[in-house]
Write a protein that binds this ligand. Structure first.
Ligand SMILES: *Cc1c(COP(=O)(O)O)cnc(C)c1O
Length: 458
């Protein structure tokens, strides 16, 4: 009999030790790249090693090179952690090792994604017929949403882009806020549209697209796509979606919304006004691995025009067993072919939290961001943004060098972790509260650390 138990028990023990240790663990890596190469490297294994030993040595080897992003005092980027149900479901997803491309390849995975798609559409308050793809992250969600957009705006111009490509096609203009996420530009590169198709639209001091600037830039005819944003990666600010959709639709333009983490504001009764009008858009990109706290990797693309979504993604091949009678083949909505049953951990996360549990995470992260900003502001630290969501931008001594030194000092100290950024030409520390475990004690301890590092520098 195969010894499954040996390596899996080792993994289980290592995993629970890691998770239980998170609250008190130093929030930062300890080892250098050279040290990691030494611990983990060596010559190509010439022959087999016992699997349990492999797992034990792997866990020991990576220990000092992990960035503990699951900690309640991790405020870097917008990462989020993992909830117990989503993590456990993720383990089982790996165990079952299903290929979620086709219904025939895994009825359970296909049906779970179908059910989860319905729950997500309801959570976000989107049109009932909205189609959903379970992709790796918001990068691929932006890619997929914009592929559907490209299909539709060219179809309306009498061009079949899936058949004829872009050579000779009518040009597409992509109107996007000046503070858009870089993954929009990268998606446009992947789509063969290139970044030169972007017409940058002026933004305000929070990074919100200005509707008046959009109104001026939209042209009367020709294929146009508007890329709006719900949740700026620095400030957390939201574009005025209703106005944007009204303007864009009056010009037959498609509206794609990048809501990688901000779309989750829709679930909170306290914050849902931020996404007012969101249901008017044509496609949306968001992540489950950020604010829903599902393990990496897990992104979601949603599309109000299932025919366009399908036309851009679907594939037919003689050897595939595809269901023409209503069962959902997930590959019709994804750029991947064979892939992990990524919907299962999302399903488990939503089941375990429910609507109120998700809203509670969003509301608490918002409150904790405000608490962080409040403590720093009370100590004469400049807060650069309106803390409308989970993002706080702060600057020290109105000085780029001092600000970068505080960021480096805090990372070095190890109580908490956040990264630096440049906001509208000025260096800033970027604090993102997106972990489901973060509470007031984490905020107070972290704010105290930031202030202590600042005092030591001056
Ligand atoms: C994180 C983020 C992305 C990219 O998402 P990935 O999941 O890393 O691919 C895109 N847009 C915004 C606004 C983001 O915050």
């Amino acid at each position: 009999m195969v010894d499954w138990e040996g390596p899996l028990k080792e993994a289980y023990e290592r995993a629970t030790a890691y998770l239980d240790g998170l609250p008190e663990r130093r929030v930062g890596p300890r080892a250098s790249s050279k040290e990691l190469h030494e611990t983990l490297g060596g010559p190509l294994p010439g022959g087999p090693t016992d699997p349990r030993d492999v797992i034990a040595r792997l866990a020991e080897g990576v220990e000092d090179g992990l960035l503990p992003s699951g900690s309640g005092r991790f405020f870097g980027f917008v990462f989020g952690g993992a909830t117990p149900a989503s993590l456990a479901a993720d383990w089982l997803t790996t165990t079952w090792d299903q290929n979620a491309g086709l219904y025939a390849a895994s009825p359970a995975a296909a049906v779970i994604e179908d059910i989860t798609a319905g729950w997500l559409v309801e959570l976000f308050g989107l049109p009932r017929s909205t189609s959903v793809g379970f992709v790796t992250g918001a990068q691929m969600a932006n890619f997929t949403g914009l592929a559907a957009a490209r299909h539709e705006v060219l179809r309306r111009a009498g061009w079949d882009v899936e058949r004829d490509g872009l050579i000779g096609a009518p040009p597409i203009r992509v109107l996007a806020g000046a503070e858009r996420h870089d993954t929009i530009d990268r998606a446009l590169r992947f789509l063969g549209l290139g970044t030169n198709c972007i017409v940058p639209i002026a933004v305000d001091d929070q990074g919100r697209m200005r509707a008046d600037a959009l109104a001026e830039a939209l042209e009367d005819d020709g294929p146009q796509i508007v890329c709006a944003q719900s949740g700026n990666v620095n400030t957390g600010a939201f574009d005025p979606i209703t106005e944007i959709c009204d303007l864009a639709h009056a010009h037959q333009a498609w509206v794609h919304v990048d809501g990688a983490f901000g779309l989750w504001a829709a679930v909170s009764s306290q914050l849902s006004a931020l996404v007012d009008g969101i249901e008017l858009a044509d496609s949306w990109a968001t992540d489950a691995h950020k604010w829903l706290n599902v393990p990496y990797d897990s992104g979601l693309v949603l599309c109000a025009h299932p025919e366009a979504h399908r036309a851009a993604m679907s594939i037919r091949a003689a050897y595939l067993i595809q269901d023409e009678n209503g069962e959902r083949d997930p590959l019709d909505f994804n750029p991947e072919f064979s892939r992990r049953a990524r919907g299962i951990p999302v399903y488990a996360a939503i089941r375990a939290l429910g609507r109120t549990g998700i809203a509670e995470i969003v509301d608490r992260c918002h409150a904790m961001a405000q608490r962080f900003a409040g403590i720093l502001a009370a100590n004469d630290v400049e807060v650069l943004n309106d803390v409308v969501l989970n993002q706080v931008l702060v600057r020290f001594g109105d000085d780029d060098t001092v600000t970068r030194r505080v960021v480096a000092g805090v990372q070095d100290e190890g109580t908490c972790w956040m990264s630096g950024t440049t906001w509208q030409g000025r260096a800033a520390m970027r604090i993102s509260v997106s972990n489901w475990t973060t509470g007031p004690a984490d905020i107070d301890r972290s704010a105290e650390t930031v202030l202590a590092v600042l005092r030591k520098l001056s």
